[in-house]
Write a new protein. Sequence first.
Length: 245
Amino acid sequence: ICRGNILFVPHASRRLMRPFELEQDRCCLGDEENPEDLQKNAICPEDKDRGPPLFWWFRACCFCYSVVGADMAWRLGYMDCSCSAYPWTVEASLLVIQGCLSFMHDAYFVGRSPAAKVADRCCASFLTLCQPLKLAFCSMDAIQLSLLACFWTLGLICFKAGSRAFASGDGRRYQMFHTLWHILLPLGGYLWIEYTRISVLLRYASAHKRLQHGLDFQAGSFVTEGDDAGDFGSLLFWGPGSAGP
């Protein structure tokens, strides 16, 4: 509509004249953690620039789950000695797999593969629920309970903050908080495993020392300091119930 030298465009027409890219951005922007937005993300072009590129630390930290899973498998003897009722082998295997699933969904496919998305979320959700489930199987002291509760809670807070950042289109903030989610839960698990290992070592060494001194007293002999140190070194490296390679 022309009025003098001024061109007035009705509101409906202005909406139709928006650049196609803006409408496409609005279509592509969806909540990564909302299953209803899966179809929206699927129709977006794969070469569309949706924010900053993925940082190397965002990709690398996906494998934090695999690292703590490998550590759990390596310390399996200590875990069984501390809490034999819990299926540590199953959790260690799932943690190793979860690192690969997380990398495939977040870094390789960047959320564009529905199969990788479902596999990542199912495995991650199960492992997250397994952490408080340990309370039903294992007896924990105050430090173990604090490590479990603090890192589990902080991890979930960072996960929700990353989800909100993704929904608002802040890719850099999303990568930061989602990386913290990948770090905090495995870090809490690693510290829990190592603390449990040290507790088992101290408990086993104390019982072994009392038993050995009792036997030596009955036999009228004493064990040399070097022999006792060798037994403790073997225990430290191979774990309880092992005498070496």
